[in-house]
Design a protein around this ligand. Structure first.
Ligand code: G6P
Length: 368
């Protein structure tokens, strides 16, 4: 029954729709709802107070989860994070120093480059942590401390529910680190725990925009290029959106930090280039709005993913607007991942590509 598509056309659709549930499972593993605190007994093996930095390595979508986590660890725990694509990290001969905690993120726990990076850090005496979805995997076994995502088996080659569950675990870990290091007060941590506790129901609301996304994906399937823009934790999400569109629909796409628009991608803007803007109405929304105005002035077709306040303030600059529920900053990348996944899913369905098994790709890359 686990390998059953149920009423869905593809495993990917099923896995997208499972997210409210599996995010709930994952969060209940690491949150103490009654005490409004995080609860990660395994993390007691790591003394976050004595750490100088965290080194994160991962591949593909898991790498983007790590990039979001960098913002969180730095903001909530004031802990510097260095993050690398594992295939680069493993050959860079980077110095591993006292006070480094090396963290590896992998759905399968078997990705060759991620595993090699883990072994490099272990050989250099770093403490090793892993966020994995397959508990009996090699990476889980070789790590000193493992934080499981409770996403259940993920069959679709393009990662969906494993990604949002990785984010959920990493958010809990950042809060834990912040409490230990004294950079988050008990009250501040409790407020963040409340934000996370709302994730499953916010995810249900986010899924409600599927009919609209399906409609706007049809013309998209005729585009040959696309651009994704975002700032802050939505910048990694922009890259994840571009990756998904490439993987599933073979449309060339790039994800950029919105602030980099003027440093290159603006040259690509014309009426044929769909520009997805991932922009909840947060403290830097204004900055992203001015980027959108630059795109619109050059005839670019904007698809804005925002909330009601962002829609109101954008004053019709976007051709299409996908409205998300209001979300606290911390959980925005988790909730905004859902429309991003649905855009690439429906575009691929319109194009008739093999959604669950895109050409040339493997679910788990166990050889270099
Ligand atoms: C492949 C998959 C991706 C995944 C990446 C890393 O490229 O298609 O969906 O994000 O590997 O896999 P891992 O199992 O290490 O998370």
């Amino acid at each position: 029954a686990l390998m059953d598509k149920g009423n869905y056309r593809h495993f990917m659709a099923k896995e997208i729709h499972e997210q409210p549930e599996v995010l709930g499972h994952t969060l209940s593993r690491y949150l103490d709802y009654a005490k409004k605190s995080v609860s990660l007994p395994a993390a007691e093996k790591v003394d976050f107070r004595s750490l100088n930095r965290i080194l994160i390595s991962a591949c593909g979508t898991a790498y983007y989860a790590g990039l979001v986590a960098k913002y969180w660890f730095e903001k909530y725990a004031r802990l510097p994070v260095e993050i690398d694509i594992a295939s680069e990290f493993r050959y860079r001969e980077t110095p591993v120093i006292d006070g480094d905690f090396a963290l590896f993120i992998s759905q399968s726990g078997e990705t060759a480059d991620t595993l090699a990076s883990l072994r490099y850090c272990k050989a250099n005496a770093a403490k090793i942590g892993a966020v994995v979805n397959v508990p009996e995997s090699t990476i889980a076994r070789e790590a000193d401390v493992t934080f499981a995502t409770i996403a259940g088996p993920e069959i679709g080659v393009a990662s969906t529910k494993a990604f949002t569950c990785q984010l959920a675990v990493l958010a809990c870990l950042a809060i834990h680190a912040g409490r230990q290091r004294g950079t988050l007060s008990e009250a501040a941590a409790a407020a963040l725990v409340d934000d996370l506790a709302a994730v499953p129901s916010l995810a249900v609301q986010a899924l409600n925009c599927e009919t609209q996304i399906e409609k706007l994906s049809q013309p998209l399937s005729r585009a040959s290029n696309a651009l994704y823009l975002g700032r802050g934790t939505n910048f990694p999400l922009a890259m994840e959106g571009a990756l998904k569109l490439k993987e599933l629909s073979y449309i060339h796409a790039e994800g950029y930090a919105a602030g980099e628009l003027k440093h290159g991608p603006i040259a690509l803007i014309d009426e044929n280039l769909p520009v997805f803007v991932i922009a909840p109405h947060d403290a830097i929304f204004e900055k992203t709005l001015s980027n959108m105005q630059e795109v619109a002035a050059r005839g670019g077709r904007i698809i804005l993913i925002t909330d009601a306040a962002g829609d109101h303030e954008s004053g019709g600059v976007a051709g299409d607007t996908v409205i998300m529920p209001n979300v606290p900053d911390l959980v925005a990348p988790i909730i905004y991942a859902l429309p991003v996944q649905m855009i690439s899913y429906h575009t691929a369905v319109f194009m008739g590509t093999d959604v669950d098994q895109p050409r040339n790709l493997a679910k788990s890359v166990t050889v270099e």
